[in-house]
Design a protein around this ligand. Structure first.
Ligand code: KG4
Ligand code: ZN
Length: 339
């Protein structure tokens, strides 16, 4: 394994423009430009996201190279997000990555964003042990909710997925009902810290196997809030912390119930979490409690590698490259890329 491979990662699948430089598995820089423009619309507006990526991509890559204290000519490999994501956003990152690879005359690898969330566990991180194969990963983001068996860096199988909304959407849509800004997940997490998880109960999905559903929960929350607002217009303000704690408890319980089921079915006791929702403090806390009870080895990434970032794209690119999966310039971005 080439420890000194210098990799530039580029991520532009949704509303964050990110570039990172890795030397081997060590992060030299990881720059993220968030797009605040979407918060007033209550969700990501695809057209505005592509335009913001166009504005951000060169300054972000430039800053990543400067912060890594390297020269452009030191880069050996470029990795970019091929999908899944918003097509217009993906096209900005992929076109830029292709042009730079051609200009620098270095190889290019395309990366699956969801695999990259998982492979973020293999970035060198202080006080973080890397998972041993096989492990299960609960991958929870704004667009996806999956339970994956990882047998090797390039051998992954999705054994459970959401039938409707993703876990991140469940957080964001609930937050919107409460009048909180997008993205609502981190705000629910914050207010929930002061609330009672048992203050309100919401409908539980009855979905077979290892699949998830969050649409019923959303309806249940909406009904509760609408009916309560009729008798008390200040219901949300008076109960915000308890509502956030109860909603968060419902979402995390749905997630962990399926993780327990997956552990029983596969007998795999190495459990990781990945994706934006894995930044949730209650999910992390409850997973730790479960780990103690069930003697699990758990792997929780650092916050900065949970939400979208290019360091995870670079590490995933490293493994693609070591598997000789060099990308052809005619390969195109794919909004619905599967595993
Ligand atoms: O992985 P990510 O950054 O982007 C996608 O690939 O979708 O995930 C974004 C999602 C959003 O839905 C956001 O609300 C959620 O992750 N999120 C959280 C927290 N931090 C981010 N949800 C709950 N608690 C958090 N602390
Ligand atoms: Zn993501």
């Amino acid at each position: 394994m080439n420890k000194d491979l210098v990799i530039l990662g580029i991520e532009s699948s949704c509303d964050d423009t990110s570039a990172a430089v890795l030397r081997g598995s060590k992060v030299l820089s990881n720059i993220i430009a968030n797009q605040s423009i979407h918060s007033k619309y209550g969700g990501v507006v695809p057209e505005l996201a592509s335009r913001a990526h166009q504005q951000n991509i060169i300054p972000v890559v430039d800053t990543a190279i400067k912060e890594a204290n390297i020269k452009k000519s030191d880069i050996n490999l470029i990795a970019y997000t091929k999908g899944p994501g918003l097509l217009g956003s993906l096209l900005v990152g992929s076109s830029f990555a292709k042009s730079l690879s051609l200009g620098l005359d270095i190889p290019l690898v395309s990366v699956n964003h969801m695999k990259a969330h998982i492979l973020a566990h293999f970035i060198d991180q202080e006080n973080h042990k890397k998972p041993t194969f096989p492990f299960l990963c609960l991958t929870v983001s704004g667009g996806h909710t999956q339970i994956v068996i990882i047998r090797d860096y390039d051998d992954m199988e999705v054994i459970g997925t959401t039938l409707d909304d993703a876990a991140g959407e469940a957080f964001d849509k609930s937050a919107k009902v409460l009048g909180l800004k997008y993205p609502g997940g981190p705000l629910i997490d914050k207010y929930a810290k002061e609330g009672n998880i048992h203050a309100f109960t919401f409908g539980k999905p009855k979905i077979k196997d290892l699949d998830f559903s969050f649409s019923g929960l959303k309806t249940s929350i909406l009904n509760k809030i609408n009916s309560s607002l009729m008798s008390d217009p200040e219901f949300i303000d008076k109960n915000l912390n308890d509502l956030c704690a109860s909603i968060q408890h419902s979402i995390v319980t749905i997630l962990l119930d399926k993780v327990k089921k997956a552990i029983n079915q596969t007998n795999i006791k190495n459990i990781a979490i990945a994706g934006g929702v894995s930044a949730n403090s209650y999910l992390r806390q409850e997973l730790q409690t479960l780990a103690k009870k069930e003697y699990l080895n758990i792997y929780i990434p650092k916050f900065e590698y949970c939400t979208d970032n290019a360091a995870m794209i670079a590490i995933a690119g490293k493994y693609e490259y070591l598997n000789n999966k060099i990308t052809n310039y005619s390969e195109s971005a794919s909004a619905r890329l599967s595993f």
